[in-house]
Design a protein around this ligand. Structure first.
Ligand SMILES: *Cc1c(COP(=O)(O)O)cnc(C)c1O
Length: 385
């Protein structure tokens, strides 16, 4: 199995079956495309899909995922300007919205790389105006305005909308093409989302009363897309659902995390395993060593809690997860040998470990599990067309 696209170039020259550590994240681009179809079937033919590929597509690989999705979606959402630049350099031509903040000289890169800024701060208007004068005089920059309706992170306060529009009217090189907000609790409390939608409607009304008519309105993340039909507007912004998680029926997980048994030993009852003797065998125990650790994003918080799949059986991780390796109790696996596949996330036989399982074992959410799989783990792409 060769790494066809990878976050780290060095891995491209090796055959991962024989030459390097057998720990990989398999990315199923067929599943990714299928998940986009699921989102499409939920929102219908007229709503655009803004595929959120920030944070390297939640650890799945932004350029590879964007290429796989480009024909199925309206455009892409990233958090940082540099993430947008990476997509452009990777050949992505579709609209790219930068959902986060703008720092330093990044306003020039927004213009140079034809990204679309989502602006929350009135001070950015003059910076974008100057960037256009400097490098693209005479052209126009379309921008989206983000309203804070209850997330309290970024976004313009509804009370500041008037001043923002006044400033915008004085800048002919800037054009308001979109309007958006972000839901704080789309997975949870319906009343909280309803309140945000009411505030958003008020801001929209004020903006159109002032004679502005942004053509693209968008609000919904994955959960908002599914649960709130009236939050879909012109575009939806799914992230997690595209990677196969959330409550849409028929979503398929895109990432699997796989490794192999690289050492086997028998530990007697009363002996301990790994740093700090956090695990002591209560019976004669067959222990397998698996070359993945917290430096790969397999959290030390999994210690004493996580399970992996080996020989089609769920096996407990025993002892402290170390930086580069972990140990697994394989006593109950009928047949286990060096080189046997170990699945840390994904399917093996009839068993499956989900990102939600991993999130539960480390007191976090599935989003953080994906983003945490480090650059050291080569991404291997399946289903490239
Ligand atoms: C991350 C993000 C999304 C996607 O959220 P999911 O819950 O992963 O679907 C949508 N919109 C904004 C502004 C975001 O930051």
């Amino acid at each position: 199995m060769r790494c066809t696209v990878d976050s780290a170039d060095i891995y491209q020259v090796y055959d991962i079956r024989t030459d390097i550590r057998p720990t990989v994240a398999e990315i199923d681009l067929g599943a990714l495309r299928g998940n986009a179809d699921v989102v499409r079937s939920v929102v219908g033919p007229t709503v655009g899909i803004l595929a959120v590929v920030k944070a390297d597509a939640y650890g799945h690989g932004a350029v590879a995922c964007a290429r796989a999705l480009e024909r199925k979606v309206w455009g892409f959402g990233v958090s940082l300007v540099e993430e947008g630049v990476e997509l452009r350099r990777g050949g992505i031509l579709a609209p790219i919205l930068v959902l986060g903040n703008f720092y330093g000289t990044s306003h020039r890169d927004v213009v140079a790389y034809k990204l679309t800024p989502v602006v929350s701060d009135i001070a950015d208007l003059v910076r974008f105006e100057r960037a256009i004068e400097d490098i693209a005089a005479g052209s126009k920059l379309g921008l989206h305005l983000k309203i804070d309706t209850g997330m309290a992170r970024v976004g313009l306060s509804p009370a500041a909308v008037g001043a923002f529009l006044d400033e915008l009217s004085r800048k002919p090189s800037l054009e308001l093409t979109g309007l958006c907000t972000h839901l704080a609790d789309a997975e949870g409390d319906e009343a909280a989302t309803r309140k945000q939608l009411v505030r958003f409607a008020q801001a929209r009304k004020e903006i159109s009363a002032r004679g502005f008519s942004p053509t693209l309105t968008h609000v919904a993340n994955s959960a908002g897309t599914l649960r709130f039909a009236d939050a879909r507007f012109d575009l939806v912004r799914p992230g997690l659902a595209l990677y196969g998680y959330g409550s849409f029926a028929a979503l398929r997980p895109v990432m699997s995390l796989k490794s192999q048994v690289v050492a086997l030993r028998d530990v007697l009852a009363g002996e301990s395993v790994s740093y700090g003797a956090l695990f002591t065998a209560s019976r004669a125990t067959r222990v397998a060593t698996v070359p993945i650790g917290y430096a790969d994003g397999y959290s030390r918080r999994f210690t004493g809690r996580a399970e992996v799949l080996a020989g089609g059986v769920r096996c407990k991780v025993v002892g402290a997860v170390t930086m580069d390796m972990l140990m697994v109790d394989v006593t109950d696996v009928a047949k286990i040998e060096l080189g046997a596949e170990v699945v840390l996330l994904g399917r093996q036989g009839a068993e499956r470990i989900s990102a939600e399982d991993l999130a539960g074992w480390s007191s976090t959410i599935s989003w953080e599990i994906f983003c945490g799989i480090s650059k050291r783990v080569p991404r291997v792409y399946l289903g490239q067309t």
